[in-house]
Design a protein around this ligand. Sequence first.
Ligand code: ADP
Ligand code: MG
Length: 703
Amino acid sequence: MDIKFLKGVGEKRAEAFRKIGIDSLEDFLTFIPRIHIKRVKIADARRMLGENIIVYGRVLSVTRPSRPSHPVTVELEDGTGSIEIPIFGGSEFRAKQFRLDEDYVFYGKVSEAFKGYTTRLDYRDHLRINLTDETDRDFLKYSFVPIYELSGILKATWIKPLTLSKIVFNAFRYVIKSSPGVPEDTLPASVINDNVLYSKKDAVLRINFPINFEQIETARKRLAFEELFYLQLLLALKRKNLKDEIKGISFETDIKQIAGNFIKVLKFDLTKAQKRVINEIYSDMKSEKVMNRLLQGDVGSGKTIVSVFGMLIALKCGSQSAFMCPTEILAEQHFNTISEFIGKYNKVAGTDYSVTLLVGGQKKKLRNEILGNIKSGMSNIIIGTHALIQESVSFANLGFVVIDEQHKFGVMQRAKIKDKGLNPDVLVMTATPIPRTLSLTYYGDLDVSVIDELPANRKKVITSLVKDTAKFETWSFVKDKLGKGSRAFIIYPIIDESEKLDLKSAEENFLNHKNINFKNFNVGMVHGRMPWYEIEETMNDFKSGKLDVLVATTVIEVGIDIPEANVMIIEEAQRFGLSQLHQLRGRVGRGADQSYCIMIAKYLDEISKKRLDTLCRTTDGFEIAEVDMEIRGPGEFYGIRQSGVLNFSVTDLAKDNDILEKARKTAFNIVDRDPHLRMHEHEMIRKELLKKYKDSMYLMNIA
Ligand code: ADP
Ligand code: MG
């Protein structure tokens, strides 16, 4: 049946539905309600103050207002009691709209009037019920009414929330009566049985029209399982194929010799976690398979040196290594520390490895020279920014790629740097721990290493939250510390570098600090509008101790390493995100001395308070990431939503951890047994996968 013949639809609305992708009656079965509203007896409404409810009854009276701007009041009665429903707007029309003694469903919020003497319903929507109509009678059998997202396209055809609920109901009723086999299942029976799930049909039926509240959640879980299962299946295939089909470089070498020299140069002992991760990386590099490894480790956990070990393995085997960072200032910093390290290593090991920096803004002559060295193979380790992926850059033999702070890069940028070599091994690093659910979905095709231990010499950063009014105490605390040889960061929020006002206030504050608060000390400032070499110069002055105080915006957010800086003040801390604050705080606490982080905030709403309290309570990046995901939702995390991978309609990564684990296990088992999904029993999931992920399938090699 054409959808235009469905009761409540018609020509115009059918057109609107088509525009949002609903072409057939079966397509209505893909609707997922935003919420369910409980239908209650009018007598019970009294106890549900502030809640949204549905009531069903007969119109007792319709009272016109004394003035046209006042509401028409409908009185509805259902045998248990009656309730007043004031309806604002268009009183002339409204007064005629409701007929005495006829039946209606009303949707609204319970409120009180006359100091609690009367219960009312704040009107949201209504639906006329015709008891001689069988679909209307059936509609009333359910005690929950699903409410759907109403797009502008539908609204334009006067579809109101309950109209849509009824249309969807009519479609369900028609489809289920006329084609009992629809919808067909989209998971194999074995998967459904093993995981104790609803059938597809039960799930779509019950998530829309549940008999009781539990059914909604059971149905949602089944649909979430399906979403996660197919994503995991995709990831499992991607991983399997990447590993098995594409030949990478086998870096087989005498790792003991490298390790011996490496340890001689290091000023410290590696942590157990660092050693473990080095072994994980080496076993990947040794094998012929292409390495795709994510290295997660909290700020200051020492990821850089671990990646240097990987670079040395590649160099020893005659390949080049590239190290890509998100900012010039970081590239420069890593260039300095890595060059210094390699210089010493060369002496100990008798090698002559060279380290090169490639960033934007280098003089043309220098740049051409650098490009020549990269191309000829004279440069062994190349450290740089996005400049590394420009077309003009070609490598002699790039075999190992490190991407630092990888969440700052897009998928395409990561792919581009890989393309500069011939199936190089790739290590992506992130200092922002990612909740497990998110890393399993977003990075599910990568192998994951975790440095879950900080170097032993670290002390926990003492973190506190102070009111704006306690600024003076804060400055005198800082002065006291500076007098004892500390260096301090003072951070100002500039969310968007184009916000002129913010910049002005940061600059004013800088002058205050320089001329008043810390006039006996040397104060510098960096912000994102400065050219990188000026930022560089100021940072270096701070690093070398020429400056005692560095006023900064978030340009110092990632990776900066200055062990002597052990005081950080964050102004207007409520304006930063949780992970961002954690990153910022990671700039202190890198040396052996006790570090302090003081967050200053003016006004705190509940969520800001939760954020800042979490930081005061813990320094564990994983714990912080979990809270951050809970507050912001997984989609906001690093703007992953834009990537399109996480376009879930029912899954909630913040709470569906156990479903994810089950779905992942099931999917990976299937791919293990049947890497090309060729078995007869997997035919259905192969079809379904192709349907869901058409666009990503070019990566896969399935029949
Ligand atoms: P991140 O993981 O945040 O990138 P870095 O690699 O920049 O951290 O390391 C932070 C600091 O800790 C650096 O100064 C580094 O030299 C030092 N470091 C790394 N590993 C150790 C260790 N095992 N013991 C002591 N210091 C270490
Ligand atoms: Mg780092």
